[in-house]
Design a protein around this ligand. Structure first.
Ligand code: GLU
Length: 476
């Protein structure tokens, strides 16, 4: 976060500067541009909860950046880094993110100033339920207007509490279950939501490597296999992204940065093993045998020589203090706002390619959109068509055998006779969303000589889509 101070820009201003850079390239009335950029509403609440016999007062925010589409969507984070500025910046990112991946939502974000590790499960439940009541009774939570999701420090458990509290307050709302996404499957969640942001990151990286020109622009050749990766953060997003990129696509994780430092192993780290170690020991220190090097100043590992750097933790970690030292060829922004505006310019000048947060980590909200649709339809995806697909597959196999008189290889038979279940459909929809968004951004970058980087191209697209929505609505 240091850079937001040293550069004189806070997080929200840093995001605005990036959007301004895109706005300068398109012909848009100033008023429309200002409307797009401004945060429509912010709620700040303070509420008391009795903890171990004493009243404690908590402060929380919910920012609604845009309502050109409803509901407004975005996570709720529990952290001591939370403040109004951060929540507004993150809500703005949600607006652009949704536009980029064609999710028909406005942008919102919530935060509670709290260290969740300092409270018991029951205490957190009381705090979350009270925060939910504050939001719901003030019009900042409902299936039709504002739908939260997990973010830093929150997960399925907190989403269940939010759901249950909303349900108690509004039992007549037939769509109550859609008031929050990222719920456990047993509570109306969709399969594939937990892994979604990490999956989306994997799909984006795969798409990047499908375009040899893009790979060449980052001074690389070939595919993901064997590429060296530095990963920052083993939370839900970083863990899944690192796991999929290494286990399924052959990327080599040479360093993992966590809160207490970084571990480095040029022969490759096993994400699953490191994650279990962190869960057990609270950090990476002491992991592995002699081959694994530990450094206390984890941020230094961001500066390691590598092909791909995946910052999947906090905002502002790549800033004007370290931008000149970054040696990665490609930065894949899994976190929200990991690169400050100043650093972004330094990195671009150095020829480092950045895949921006507003595209890369949009997988979470894409699958939240699927969950919300599933909740409104009150039915699991695939329930109607799965067996029909299987029957069709069986008929095709039967027909092929009749016509050719030959046996069909078992794997083809298995694939053709398997109907899609919910997870298949969610992954397919997510892959399509990420690939289409990447291709649109790439196209914009290629066809506009004033657009030189993926971030500006992404914002050009986002702003144009949002502007169109405002114009169509008759707001000039
Ligand atoms: N918190 C996630 C994000 O920053 C997910 C938001 C959502 O699913 O609404 O994108």
């Amino acid at each position: 976060m240091a850079d937001f101070v040293t550069s004189g820009l806070n997080f929200r201003q840093s995001v605005d500067c990036m959007v301004d850079r895109a706005l300068a390239l398109i012909d848009l009335q100033e008023g429309v541009a200002n409307q797009i950029k401004s945060c429509n509403a912010v709620l700040e609440v303070r509420f008391p909860v009795e903890i171990k016999g004493k009243l404690e007062v908590f402060t929380g925010w919910r920012a609604v950046h845009s309502t050109h589409r409803l509901p407004s969507k975005g996570g709720i984070r529990f952290s001591l880094n939370v403040n109004q500025d951060e929540v507004e910046a993150l809500a703005a990112l949600m607006t652009y993110k949704c536009a980029i991946v064609d999710v028909p939502f406005g942008g919102s974000k919530g935060g509670l100033y709290i260290d969740p590790n300092k409270y018991s499960r029951d205490e957190l439940q009381m705090i979350t339920r009270r925060f939910t009541r504050e939001l719901a009774t003030r019009g900042f939570l409902s299936p039709s207007t504002n739908v939260p999701a997990p973010d830093m420090g929150t997960g399925q458990r907190e989403m269940s509490w939010i759901l249950d509290t909303y349900k108690q307050l509004f039992p007549n709302d037939i769509n109550y279950i859609a008031c929050v996404t990222g719920k456990p499957v047993q509570q109306g969640g969709v399969r594939g939501r937990v892994e979604a942001t990490g999956r989306g990151i994997q799909y984006t990286i795969r798409e990047f490597f499908r375009h040899p020109d893009d790979v060449k622009s980052a001074n690389m050749t070939g595919g993901i296999e064997g590429k060296t990766v530095v990963l920052q953060g083993l939370g839900n997003v970083g863990y899944h992204a690192g796991k999929f990129v290494s286990e399924e696509d052959g990327g080599k994780i040479i360093a993992i940065i966590e809160r207490d430092g970084a571990i480095i192993d040029s022969s490759g780290l096993n994400v699953e093993e490191v994650k279990s170690y962190v869960t057990e020991n609270g950090g990476v220190k002491g992991y592995g045998n002699g081959d694994v090097k530990y450094i206390e100043d984890g941020a230094k590992a961001l500066e390691l020589e590598c092909d791909i750097l995946i910052p999947a933790a906090l905002e502002g970690v790549i800033n004007s203090d370290n931008a000149l030292n970054i040696k990665a060829k490609l930065i894949v922004e899994a976190a929200n706002g990991p690169t400050t505006f100043d650093a972004d310019r330094v990195l671009s000048d150095k020829g480092i390619v950045i895949l921006p947060d507003a595209l890369v980590n949009a997988g979470g909200v894409v699958v939240s959109y699927f969950e919300w649709v599933r909740n409104l339809s009150h039915m699991r995806f695939g329930r109607m068509e799965r067996r029909l697909e299987e029957d069709r597959g069986n008929h095709i196999i039967h027909a092929l055998k009749e016509v050719t008189g030959k046996e069909i290889p078992k794997w083809i038979e298995d694939e053709l006779t398997r109907g899609s279940d919910e997870l298949d459909l969610v992954r397919s929809g997510l892959d399509d969303s990420m690939r289409t968004a990447y291709q649109q951004i790439r196209e914009t970058k290629l066809t506009n000589d004033r657009v030189h980087d993926f971030r500006t191209a992404a914002y050009v697209i986002a702003v144009q889509k949002i502007a169109r929505a405002y114009m169509d609505l008759g707001i000039y």
